[in-house]
Design a protein around this ligand. Structure first.
Ligand SMILES: [Zn+2]
Length: 397
């Protein structure tokens, strides 16, 4: 897959709806056919390979991920999950194993943030979660998402009709790189994903008084930026405390007015987000933050407003599913439990099916860059564990 990349871009770039993406998918389709799979492109242009099971009335077990990358991305994010499925099918065929369930391997269309301002396009489409508004969105060249899906072989007019419904997929499994440092630093080779975190985003506006930086004494200022700084440190302190579930909080966007070296900042807007598997914890952290903001505003005579921007729901992996995956992982290599701090195609599939995920380590915790790396031995352990999980689920579901 790493040979099908846009060489005018840094790293291993394979943006969705480009010729390199198409080449990669053509190669993948050939591999699927060579493994004896039936191949189809669904309404959302997802590439799906399928082998039959012995019990034709059972819904399929699905393994999926994506082969698109961010610009300047790496060779592992998403790709590992798709190729793992391919390898499992190859082994099943080679050993003459017959599963009860049909097995589907899916390369989901455009998982990463796309030129249309949407991510997880293919998995959204598969569960009928692409709205008319999304399909009408255009990229910089004026191409609509609807037409892009059509050009990639999809059938956007029939998305609703062909969408998978609850019960039509027995289980969705995804092997993915961790994209964080936890497995590496705790010397684990495999991670059982406990869930995918919910993300709550807020906009905070701090208003003080812009004034001359030379003539205004320190005790006569209403500096919006020092107030905002205190708030940001406050968020960090709250999130760093021990909690029942891991939680992370970040301020990554800051806008200072008037943003001049010789003017005391009159107003600051910043966006903050908090992530955790525990929605109640996120609400509780924000209540504390709001209380502290009110105190800081009062003591500094600043006007502080906090508005909710978005809340995405956390997804918990079902306890029984988690146990089967944990057993498969523990029989393979040293295993830890951890939440996924990033979203995946699994977020969408969770709307119609139980989901499970396995992580393999990311060197130095890095991803979405050319340094993104997972040792091949670690990838192989991930595939092994995934294969074991598929065999167990095939018997138990
Ligand atoms: Zn990914």
């Amino acid at each position: 897959m790493a040979t099908f990349v846009d060489r005018t871009k840094p790293g291993w770039t394979r943006r969705p709806f480009t010729t390199w993406y198409e080449q990669g998918r053509n190669w993948l389709r050939q591999q699927m056919l060579a493994c004896g799979m039936e191949v189809e492109i669904d309404a959302a242009a997802n590439l799906i390979g399928r082998i039959a099971g012995s019990e034709s009335n059972l819904p399929p077990i699905m393994i999926g991920s994506h082969t698109d990358t961010v610009t300047g991305g790496g060779r592992f994010d998403g790709i590992v999950g798709v190729l793992a499925g391919l390898e499992i099918v190859r082994r099943i065929k080679e050993t003459g194993t017959l599963l009860r369930h049909p097995l589907e391997i899916v390369d989901f269309t455009a998982e990463e943030p796309s030129e249309f301002g949407i991510s997880t396009i293919g998995s959204r489409g598969m569960v009928n979660n692409l709205t008319e508004e999304m399909l009408a969105r255009q990229d910089m060249t004026g191409l609509s998402l609807r037409d892009a899906i059509k050009m990639a072989g999809g059938d956007p007019e029939r998305l609703a009709a062909r969408a998978r419904k609850k019960g039509e997929v027995a289980l969705y499994l995804e092997l993915h790189i961790e994209q964080g440092p936890v497995l590496e630093q705790t010397h684990n080779q495999l991670g059982v994903v406990t869930g995918i975190v919910g993300i709550h985003r807020y906009r905070v506006v701090v208003e003080g008084k812009a004034n001359h930086a030379g003539t205004t004494p320190m005790d006569m200022r209403f500096d919006a930026l020092t107030g905002a700084s205190q708030l940001i440190l406050e968020l960090e302190a709250i999130c760093r405390e021990p909690h029942v579930e891991p939680v992370v909080g970040t301020v990554g966007k800051l806008h200072v007015e008037p943003n001049a070296a010789n003017v005391i900042p009159g107003s600051v807007m910043f966006e903050l987000e908090v992530r955790s598997l525990d929605t109640g914890l996120l609400e509780q952290i924000m209540r504390r933050f709001q209380k502290r903001a009110a105190e800081i505003g009062k003591s500094r005579t600043l006007n502080i407003s906090i508005d909710s921007l978005s809340k995405s729901e956390a997804i918990r992996v079902d306890e029984t599913i988690r146990q089967v995956i944990a057993e498969a992982c523990q029989n393979t290599a040293k295993t830890a439990y951890l939440p996924s701090g990033a979203g995946h195609d699994a977020n969408q599939l969770a709307k119609i099916a139980p989901i499970g995920m396995i992580f393999v380590p990311s060197k130095d915790g890095r991803s979405h860059c050319s340094e993104e790396w997972t040792d091949y031995a670690d990838v192989a352990r991930g595939v092994e564990a995934l294969a074991r999980a598929v065999m167990s689920f095939d018997q138990q579901l």
